[in-house]
Design a protein around this ligand. Structure first.
Ligand SMILES: [Zn+2]
Length: 564
């Protein structure tokens, strides 16, 4: 409900010359309704629904007066960036076998082990008696003087590693490893373990699955990794993917450790030590399987408002426009996964930012509006952009991503996906303060949400980036109502056909957030500041390594954070 006084104010605003520069609930509503309608078929990559979505977004950007910001073809910038995706699935379940004392036998795909269909581009998986090596948490973290591999030659080996990072089992200040306490660093994420194994030339990885450190159950592992896999098309996929990317259940891991005279608890205790060295296990792994792989083409959509003084420096607003498409029916027979909130709302938000920025005075640095595809397949549109950046990453000042958004009215707080320490967040907190709002940190720090949204492929390469999250402390009903609504969504609508637009939504909080993000991006785009990561962040080194590309200016941490 909007109080009459506010309604009056809104009417006044709409009639004033400022109206063109203000965020509009009717426009946001129309965008969300359109993108979330059945006609858009859930916006799956490489579908008719995708084509409709792209046409709609481009039309809105054109009308707003934004320029095409996509790839250059024939000397001319297009609205899109082609995103070729590799799609791979097992033709039949692969045959997976362990040999060794007490463990010899077949492993059942899906119930004891989950081996992903190969993303190396290979259609055959064939591995004969590859030796297993226990590699602790599989972490190499120079800024924490931590190395689980100790220079051992791991080529052709299968690494058995724990999920999460080496301090997960400990308490703060217990004298054990320090990886930021309960919060998961990127070293804890399964994607990291696979990438690291590929770098070391290992034949594969078996991640020991446990519910608590993974933050989800075995069913999630099984359901997301034994079906069709996707990746961006890479020039050298083996540099990013080992041949075998798998998880094993705790029960299987216990048997493997037992074959080596260890309990799982002993293995864990060993892995918590800085002087841990990889342990060769008297167990071998064989695998054979056939997969069918093909390439599909999807697209990122990109709009641009060139900067007046330093156009090569960019501030990026991003949101994924894809969702799950058409899939299995729910109880009502609905097969369209509309994704109105996920991520019709974020997409509408970035479209509306483009409209408002286009009406505001041009900024000194460029503003890029980036609508990425295939987030639901593993952040792939964003990954592709980052592997093939249209604007130099070293000169990308900051990335403000939105996935979902406020639909239940104004909130007294805001949050971000996951936990990280960076100036960009400090600046967002300061900006929120000017609205009389505060920052509420992510409460489930061990889940590693920082690594699960589209800002992350930027962060991984050192670009300061956050995914903004709507607050839960609602002006009407506080955190009790906020959390209840969030839980209701997760249970009844998240990644289900019922994620649909609802006329009862109240988008005034989304407008508050849009203003906050607009102020933040504008001040960055009119400054010479280069916000950075905290000294102990795993992403700091990557950013500092590109400092000279920013005109030799020293990496700047404080100027940005303290600006008024
Ligand atoms: Zn999403």
């Amino acid at each position: 409900m909007i109080r009459p006084a506010l309604l009056l104010a809104a009417t006044f605003l709409a009639a004033s010359p400022l109206a063109a520069q203000s965020f509009s609930i009717p426009r946001l509503t129309k965008d969300i309704q359109t993108l979330g309608s059945d006609a858009f078929e859930g916006r799956g990559p490489a579908t008719a629904g995708e084509a409709k979505s792209i046409a709609y977004i481009v039309q809105q950007l054109k009308t707003a007066g934004v320029q095409p910001g996509g790839e250059v073809v024939g000397g001319k910038r297009e609205w899109t960036q082609r995103v070729p995706l590799l799609q791979s699935q097992w033709s039949t379940d692969p045959v997976l076998t362990l040999t060794g004392n007490g463990v010899a036998g077949r492993l059942a795909q899906g119930t004891e082990i989950a081996v992903r269909a190969p993303l190396t581009g290979a259609s055959q998986l064939r591995l004969d008696n590859a030796p297993l090596v226990f590699a602790g948490y599989g972490v190499q973290a120079p800024e924490r003087q931590w190395d689980d591999f100790k220079g051992m030659d791991l080529r052709g080996k299968i690494l058995v590693v724990f999920i999460n990072d080496p301090d997960f089992e400990g308490a703060i200040g217990d004298g054990g490893p320090d990886f930021g306490g309960k919060a998961m660093t990127y070293y804890g994420r399964w994607t990291y373990k696979y990438e690291q194994a590929a770098k070391l030339g290992a034949a594969g990885v078996m991640i020991v699955h446990e519910d608590a450190p993974a933050s989800y159950g075995w069913n999630t592992v099984k359901n997301s990794n034994t079906n069709t896999m996707f990746d961006v098309v890479r020039q050298n996929p083996s540099a990013s993917h080992p041949a075998v990317e798998s998880w094993i259940t705790k029960a299987i891991a216990e048997r493997i450790f037992a074959a080596s005279g260890m309990t799982l608890a002993q293995a864990k205790a060993a892995a918590r030590r800085r002087d841990f060295k990889p342990i060769e296990l008297p167990v071998r792994f064989s695998a054979s399987g056939t997969a069918t792989a093909r390439t599909i083409t999807s697209y990122n959509v990109v709009g641009l408002l060139p900067g007046t003084r330093r156009p090569d420096e960019t501030v990026i607003y991003s949101a994924h426009f894809d969702h799950l498409g058409v899939g299995l029916p729910d109880a009502n027979g609905d097969r369209i996964y509309n994704g109105a909130l996920d991520n019709g709302v974020g997409t509408a938000h970035v479209i509306e930012q483009a409209r408002v920025f286009a009406k505001q005075p041009r900024t000194e640095r460029s503003i890029v509006f980036l609508f990425v595809t295939a987030e639901e397949k593993g952040l792939l549109g964003s990954e592709y952009y980052n592997s093939n950046p249209l604007y130099p990453l070293s000169k990308t000042v900051g990335v403000l991503n939105t996935d979902g958004g406020s639909i239940h009215g104004p909130a007294r707080d805001f949050s971000i996906s996951g936990t990280a320490k960076l100036d960009l967040l400090d600046m967002a907190v300061a900006e929120a303060g000017r609205q009389g709002r505060r920052y509420t940190p992510d409460e489930k720090v061990e889940a590693g949400y920082f690594f699960r949204s589209d800002h992350f492929p930027f962060a991984k390469r050192g670009v300061p980036a956050i995914s903004f999250e709507a607050g839960n402390d609602l002006v009407q009903g506080g955190t009790v109502r906020g959390k209840a609504l969030a839980e209701d969504y997760t249970e009844k609508r998240y990644h289900q056909p019922d994620d649909e637009y609802d006329p009862s939504w109240n988008l005034t909080g989304l407008v508050d957030d849009a203003k906050l993000l607009n102020n933040l991006g504008r001040s960055l785009a009119n400054s010479a500041a280069w916000p950075n990561w905290s000294q102990d962040s795993e992403f700091r080194a990557a950013r500092d390594a590109t400092a000279t590309e920013r005109g030799g200016s020293a990496p700047d941490t404080r100027e940005a954070g303290e600006r008024g």
